[in-house]
Design a protein. Structure first.
Length: 289
């Protein structure tokens, strides 16, 4: 009867009711996992690549063999296409690398047959080779111009204490002065000297070096700071003052800064007895527009 059935339900204890609810929960149909949940729950399987690989590098399309991309083991490309990492594909199924593809063809040409880029593209390809960690290409590029010459130049600049900091100081001073004067250009004084010891008219001109043995107390008598904005030197190398000036102007120009310079005299500060500084002083003119 209905009454009996009702009594049966009514006589059930709260504990029994909870047990029934728990049982229902235990046997619920599992919900379909979302894509995010699936990604968290299941590790991605190793990615499989075809023998001929279509590539989309920053919107530029390339096609190459998988063995070409894996030519050198310790490169980023070899790691990317090893199967250990997931590489997304574009709408056409090309493997996508989020990098400017302008010089990627030069990268592939080296991996294929060891070809090096023309001289005008060497610097740009070198940057790409650094990004992709292609050591053999970096070694080859460093051995040709203009990178070979740059390597020699940097060896010289390595002797110059605070060279990069001094360049930044030149730029900062010139910018502040131009803004204060509301002018197109700014001028500043720069001292560039190779020799530590002062030059005087009384010293014999046939001496190749003016470094004399002096005690520490005597040396301090010659220490001073020329009244200039920035001072470069001294250094020990065959390269002279004009070589360093060329480096300064070249590095400023490479940053898009127009610079002119001329020698306006020497520091004529009297040090002791008949010794004067005589370091050359240059006027730098930085034009901003």
């Amino acid at each position: 009867m209905v009454v009996v059935t009702g009594q049966s339900k009514a006589s059930a204890t709260p504990d029994d009711a909870m047990s029934s609810s728990d049982a229902e929960d235990d046997f619920q149909e599992p919900a379909t996992p979302t894509a995010t949940q699936a990604g968290q729950a299941l590790p991605l399987l190793p990615q499989q690549f075809p023998e001929v690989v279509p590539l989309n590098v920053g919107g530029m399309f390339f096609t190459t063999r998988l063995s070409t991309l894996r030519r050198y083991e310790d490169t980023m490309l070899a790691a990317m296409f090893s199967g250990r990492h997931y590489i997304p594909t574009d709408a056409e199924g090309r493997y996508f690398i989020d990098r400017d593809g302008t010089y990627f063809g030069d990268i592939l040409n080296f991996l294929r047959s060891g070809d090096l880029p023309p001289r005008e593209r060497v610097r740009s390809v070198y940057k790409e080779a650094q990004y992709y960690s292609i050591g053999p290409l970096l070694d080859n590029l460093e051995d040709i111009q203009p990178l070979k010459g740059e390597k020699v130049r940097q060896a010289f600049l390595g002797l110059m204490p605070y060279y990069k900091e001094h360049l930044e100081r030149i730029i900062e001073i010139a910018k502040l002065r131009a803004m204060q004067r509301k002018a197109r250009f700014a001028k500043l004084k720069v001292c560039v000297f190779k020799e530590e010891m002062p030059i005087t008219p009384y010293e014999c001109p046939h001496f190749n070096s003016l470094r004399f043995e002096r005690s520490e107390s005597e040396t301090k008598l010659f220490e001073h700071h020329c009244e200039v904005d920035v001072s470069f030197g001294p250094w020990e190398a065959v390269a002279d003052v004009y070589d360093l000036l060329h480096c300064i102007v070249s590095d400023l120009s490479a940053r898009g800064i127009t610079v002119d310079h001329q020698c306006i005299g020497v520091c004529d500060k009297h040090l002791i007895n008949h010794y004067y500084c005589k370091r050359p002083i240059y006027e730098f003119k930085i034009t901003w527009w």
